[in-house]
Design a protein around this ligand. Structure first.
Ligand SMILES: [Fe+2]
Length: 373
């Protein structure tokens, strides 16, 4: 029988223990968890993330569900993850981008809030359909930017950020690709301009490379500088791993493949369940480098063979090519054997691929055919 006085004592002891533990935890972390957000800005409860590819996606790639690594409905991939991953814009969603929002119980992270269009493709400028899509998706990105506690810019290409949005970074923790080290001239110039805008808006930032941060149960690990594709002259990018309760997601933009070992070292170290990677620019063919295309395929196959990955999301450079699945065939093959889901950002979000840039010539042709009728 517990008396009222005993109950009071018990509460006091428990309270002291909780306060002590909370104090210890706070000492361990490098940052305290963020202040509570505006109500409704983040999920209150853990989310079960379900990935089940649609049949339309199978038609898009021209490969069977087995070849694409999809399991039967009975063995569908379920991630009992607490984090929400939302791909907001990408080539498979109609624009050049890798804009991604990640929500954990501790924070909302916006990686690469930007989007753009290919200025010339097949010798043609973007058409009305692409401009409309860009406006719609940039509007969505801009609106969701308000919800972010942390902003990450992987590098200084305009499909990954919008310099005019610098004032919206105010009050957030901002992690930038190092604007001075491991950067090419073009990106260094853009970085300088962005830093001016950030300073004018009173925004503080820090260089992301190699940082390891803890926010409550969420950990962020940034990669070392990773080469932007096969040649050093294109500069470097930074990838980020988000981990919560044993679940890990990696956003790895513009490594164009991978075409070298360095990103794989980071992937192996982090051992993610979901990897979002841009894939090589197969649409450039020999201009990208045929050897580099083969190397990118070899490295991804190697990684799929040895990793515990559940889902590989391929998009961005790769999805500018209508025939991208031809290059990806060895990846689909190994993924099928290993039970890994290979999909696009649109597929991950349960949508059909909308590769507007890759289909630009087709739309122009249709348009002129209709005019001459
Ligand atoms: Fe890009």
């Amino acid at each position: 029988m517990i008396r009222q006085s005993d109950f009071g004592c018990l509460t006091l002891v428990l309270g002291t223990v909780i306060l002590y533990l909370a104090g210890s935890v706070t000492q361990l972390v490098e940052y305290r968890p963020f202040k509570p957000r505006v109500a409704g800005s983040s999920p209150a409860r853990p989310t079960i993330l379900t990935v089940s590819p649609s049949s339309s996606q199978v038609q898009d790639t021209g490969l069977s569900r087995r070849q694409q690594g999809f399991k039967s409905p009975r063995g569908r991939h379920f991630f009992t993850a607490v984090m929400q991953i939302e791909f907001l814009a990408s080539e498979s969603l109609g624009v050049r981008s890798m804009a991604t929002l990640v929500r954990t119980k501790d924070l909302t992270l916006f990686i690469d809030p930007g989007a753009a269009l290919g200025p010339k493709r097949y010798g043609l400028p973007p058409d009305k359909v692409e401009w409309q899509r860009l406006h719609a998706l940039k509007g969505k990105i801009k609106a969701l930017l308000k919800e972010a506690d942390i902003i990450v810019l992987s590098h200084y290409h305009y499909d990954h950020y919008d310099p005019e949005w610098a004032p919206f970074f105010k009050g957030k923790k901002v992690f930038l690709k190092d604007p001075e080290g491991n950067i090419n001239r073009n990106q260094a110039q853009r970085a300088k301009e962005l830093l001016k805008r950030l300073a004018a808006a009173g925004v503080t930032w820090c260089a992301a490379e190699g940082q390891k941060l803890v926010f409550g149960n969420t950990q962020l690990h940034f990669s070392p500088p990773l080469q932007h594709g096969p040649e050093k002259r294109f500069g470097y990018v930074v990838a980020v791993a988000v981990r919560e309760d044993g679940f890990c997601f990696i956003h790895s933009s513009d490594i164009s493949g991978p075409v070298e070992e360095a990103p794989l070292i980071f992937f192996r170290d982090q051992d993610p369940q979901v990897l979002f990677v841009d894939g090589p620019g197969t649409y450039l063919g020999p201009r990208f480098g045929l050897e580099a295309l083969t190397e990118a395929s070899r490295l991804l196959v190697q990684y799929l063979t040895e990793s515990g990955l559940s889902t590989l999301v391929l998009d961005h450079h790769l999805l500018r090519d209508l025939e991208w699945h031809r290059w990806a065939r060895p990846i689909f093959d190994i993924a099928a054997k290993r039970g890994v889901l290979v999909t696009t950002a649109a597929g991950f979000m349960g949508q059909k691929d909308l590769v507007l840039e890759a289909e630009r010539a087709k739309r122009y042709k249709m348009h002129f055919r209709n005019l001459t009728r």
